[in-house]
Ligand binder design. Sequence first.
Ligand code: PLP
Length: 380
Amino acid sequence: MDDILLMLPGPTTVDPRVLAAMSKAVVNHRGAKYGEILTETTELMSKVFQTPNKSYLLTGSGTAAMETAVANTVAPGEKMLNVVGGKFGERFMKIANTHGIETQELAVEWGTAVTPKQIAEALDENEDIKAITVVHNETSTGVAAPIEEIGKVMKNYDALYIVDTVSSLGGDYVDVEKFGIDVCVTGSQKCLAAPPGMAAITLSDDAWKAVDNVETNTFYLDLKAARKSGDKTPPETPYTPSVSLTYAMNEALKIVMEEGLENRVARHHKAAKASVAAVKALGLELFADEAVSSATVTAVKMPEGVTDAEFRGTTRDKYGVELAGGQDHLKGNVFRIGHMGCISYKELVQTFAAIGMTLKGLGAIEDAGAGVASITESYL
Ligand SMILES: Cc1ncc(COP(=O)(O)O)c(C=O)c1O
């Protein structure tokens, strides 16, 4: 079967309009035509981030944007607080360590969310912390952090507020300006439903002040270089960008704006709620604390006696639905359903049919159709 339905927390299904946009002729990246498309795309990006500040496109995946955020705003030897409740929170900390930043971990049990109080306490104890990193949607556990509430607390501190919205922007509620986020990063291949390979970043005035005071030890991801090139007429990127992915991002962001951010977020929340109900209807257990469960990915405990290889192998090879496995110590213990991007009841019906048939075939459940029945009820 070659038309596999991607129900992954990225990459997600790419709209044919976006694929068509990518096939346009490649132009000179130092010319007026590219400048025009870059301007339009970064302006759209700022609208989706909900910020009056400029956004920058980076040719690279979400991790490139995470590294850009960390390495340009905090100097080696300075302190950073990293909230770690999953793989991507941990990645922020590893990046900071790689750049010689003194990291302090705020460890959160995987499957639960950090509280604003925990952050305030950590900052009260360590006045010299220059920045904190928070992952909005911890894709490895299916947990959403309360970034709006954390933003309110962060107003009492000088530390920069760095937020990873790689798997939430365009799918869950993110308002960079309102939440007081200083540095926000995202990726192309998740809720924005563009192909993998592009990332974006936006910075507040305070964050730019930090950038100006930090001698960064990255070359390719140097934000001062990005700003200098972006300020040219026509605007450019410092090094050759993926022109084709810029077209793709442009079209994908137009689709986001056509749907409307509010509608898009509501659609993702509906899919998440329906997925959680369907998981329960199948008699399966959620991994994440339901009160903080993600709008874009649902992590489910693997039923007793079922291996990851037979479960996900069957949903993919027999029923054409690709699900994600667990990461790190969750490998084999959870599977994850990505419901981000172009997701409606149709994809969820197919997904829960595949999960139900697979688990019944493996002898783990009795009623193969309970998940599908639940989805149809959720969408009536
Ligand atoms: C929350 C989060 N942050 C960062 C990343 C890293 O993005 P990429 O794999 O595009 O480098 C991911 C990817 O899954 C993610 O889910």
